[in-house]
Ligand binder design. Sequence first.
Ligand code: GUN
Length: 292
Amino acid sequence: MQLLDGKLVSEKIKQDIAAEAAEFLASNGRKPHLVAILVGHDGGSETYVASKMRNCKQVGFDSTNIRYEDDISQEELIQKIEELNQDDRIDGLIVQLPLPKHIDPEKITEAIDYRKDVDGFHPINLGRMQRNLPCFIPATPYGILLMLDHYMIQTTGMHAVVVGRSNIVGSPMSILLARNTQPGNCTVTLTHSRTKNVKEEVLRADLIIAAIGKKNFITADMVKEGAVVIDVGINREVSTLTKSGYKLYGDVDFESVAPKASYITPVPGGVGLMTIVGLLKNTLAAAKHAIY
Ligand code: GUN
């Protein structure tokens, strides 16, 4: 079993991004700039946005976090997005999800200019992704592709089983793995809460993408010997044992699954760090107008 080391790979790619950001600054007189809007006080979201801001700084980007209380109206939020869309000093714009119930995430996603949509959630980016056209790829699936690429894992012909059909991870991941590219060229099964026998499906997988949001959901009895296991889960539980007061659990029962896997990502230290890299790469591409 080989560990897919998100720390190692993300730090290496961030060095390359930092070098490109320095070049961008030298030729444009400003840094790439990411704006993240955060509504409310969800603990997970606060942590993720703080990490995004910190990582921007680390690679030499500007970053701005705009915060609203959770009683902001949908109209007000859209108005702010439209204002930011027009601002030439902003390259990337993301709205952290989930949003409060009275705000429709689809309306918010579509309000963001697709050329600044570094989350890759806008239908234009999604459609272009499916067609293999230049686009912003959602950060987590993008990070996973970068990880598979770094370790030169040949996915062509593999049977990939994606567990979870979210707009953010499972659904785009299934599209990306089916594309005629490397990493890609997989035969893809997308399983979800209505799948009849998830265990039976996952047992067929050469490549497992666990993105279901349930602690230790994938157990050893569901995994074929030699499978590549990618754990997207970030399940937070209160703990007195850690400095942060939380302990993170993946969607994969690492202890039992690792001995059967050929490659596996740890949690923490795996996909989470690669997600940040995906976002940074998209922001740099937006600043350079490399895609649009
Ligand atoms: N919530 C969980 N993951 C993400 C993400 O990648 N982007 C945004 N905007 N919200 C999220």
